[in-house]
Design a protein around this ligand. Structure first.
Ligand SMILES: C[S@@+](CC[C@H](N)C(=O)[O-])C[C@H]1O[C@@H](n2cnc3c(N)ncnc32)[C@H](O)[C@@H]1O
Length: 271
C-alpha cells in the first residue's frame, strides 16, 4: 500500500497560512503546530500573499457554500488541522473529520492541548479517502434520514487520476446512500502552477504533482461528470469581499488574479 502520509506535512504549512487570516482558531492552531509538531524549516513559498489569500478564500468559500445547504451532518476528508469541524460542531452540526491515522492522532492531541472541549457532535476518525470501508465506518455517526455534505480541500492534487477516481467513486457511493452534496476546492488546474512552483513542491514533499493536475476546466468537468456528478462551480471571486489576509499589503493585480482564479465545486449525484 502506498504511503499517502508523505504529503501530510503540507497540512502544517496551510494551517500556518490560515493563521494570517481572521479564520477563528487559526492562529492558536498554527502556534500549537509550530511548538509541538513542525520540525522543518519554513517553506516561505507557502506564505506568499497570493498563496495565503488563496488558502483563506478556499476555506471561506467552502464554508459559504456549505452554509447555503443548511447542513446538519458533514463528512470532511483529509481534514489536517482545519478548524471547521470544531467550529461547526459547536453550532450543533454532526461533523466527522477524517484523515490518515498519524494526522488524526496529531489533531486529537491538538484539541486536547488547546483545551478545546470537544463538542458532543464532533468525531475524529482515521480514514483513508481511498478506502470505502473506512469511510463507511466513519459515517456511523450520521443519520441515514438526513442528507450529507462531504467536503475536502487540498487533497486531490496529491492523488493521481486513478486515485482521484477511487475517491470520487467513494463519495458517489456515500451520497447515493445519504443524498446530499460534495463540496470541494480541489479542481486543481495545471495552468495555476509554474514549473518553479511544481519544483518547490517536489523538493518539499518528494512528490511531483504535475501528472495529477487537470489540464483545464473542461477536463475537470468531464472527469467528474463521467463519474456521475453534476457540477456547479463557484468562483473564488464570490468571497472576495470577506477576505482579509491581503489587507495592508501591496499585492500586485496579477497575484490577486492568481489567488482568485480558482473554483469551489458543488457536486451532486446525477439522477
Ligand atoms: C495539504 S494538506 C490539507 C489539509 C487540510 N485539508 C487543510 O486544508 O488544511 C493534505 C492532507 O491530506 C491528508 N491525506 C493525504 N492523503 C490522504 C488520503 N489518502 N486519505 C485521507 N487523507 C489524506 C494529509 O494527511 C493532509 O492532512
Amino acid at each position: 500500500m502506498k504511503d499517502y502520509s508523505i504529503n501530510s506535512p503540507t497540512a502544517y504549512s496551510v494551517a500556518r497560512s490560515r493563521a494570517l487570516s481572521d479564520i477563528p482558531l487559526s492562529k492558536e492552531i498554527a502556534d500549537w503546530a509550530m511548538e509541538h509538531v513542525v520540525v522543518r524549516k519554513d517553506n516561505l513559498e507557502a506564505f506568499l500573499p497570493r498563496r495565503v489569500l488563496n488558502v483563506e478564500a478556499r476555506y471561506k468559500l467552502i464554508d459559504k457554500v456549505i452554509s447555503n445547504q443548511n447542513p446538519t451532518q458533514i463528512l470532511e476528508l483529509a481534514s489536517g488541522l482545519l478548524p471547521r469541524g470544531y467550529l461547526m460542531a459547536t453550532k450543533g452540526v454532526t461533523f466527522v473529520e477524517t484523515d490518515l491515522p498519524e494526522m488524526m492522532e496529531v489533531k486529537k492531541r491538538m484539541l486536547n492541548e488547546l483545551l478545546l472541549k470537544s463538542p458532543p457532535t464532533l468525531f475524529l476518525e482515521k480514514a483513508n479517502a481511498l478506502n470505502l470501508k473506512e469511510l463507511e465506518g466513519a459515517c456511523k455517526h450520521f443519520s441515514s434520514k438526513e442528507s450529507l455534505i462531504i467536503t475536502n480541500e487540498g487533497l486531490l492534487r496529491y492523488l493521481n487520476f486513478e486515485e482521484k477516481t477511487i475517491v470520487a467513486q467513494n463519495v458517489h457511493t456515500l451520497l447515493e446512500k445519504f443524498g446530499g452534496v460534495w463540496i470541494t476546492s480541489d479542481i486543481t488546474l495545471a495552468k495555476r502552477f509554474t514549473p518553479e512552483r511544481l519544483n518547490k513542491i517536489k523538493n518539499n514533499i518528494g512528490m511531483d504533482i504535475t501528472p495529477n493536475l487537470f489540464r483545464d476546466l473542461k477536463h475537470a468537468k468531464k472527469f467528474f461528470s463521467d463519474l456521475g456528478f453534476t457540477l456547479k462551480l463557484h468562483p473564488f471571486k464570490e468571497i472576495y469581499s470577506e477576505l482579509v489576509s491581503h489587507k495592508g499589503k501591496e499585492i500586485p493585480k496579477k497575484e490577486l488574479k492568481y489567488a482568485l482564479a480558482w473554483y469551489v465545486a458543488e457536486m451532486r449525484v446525477k439522477k
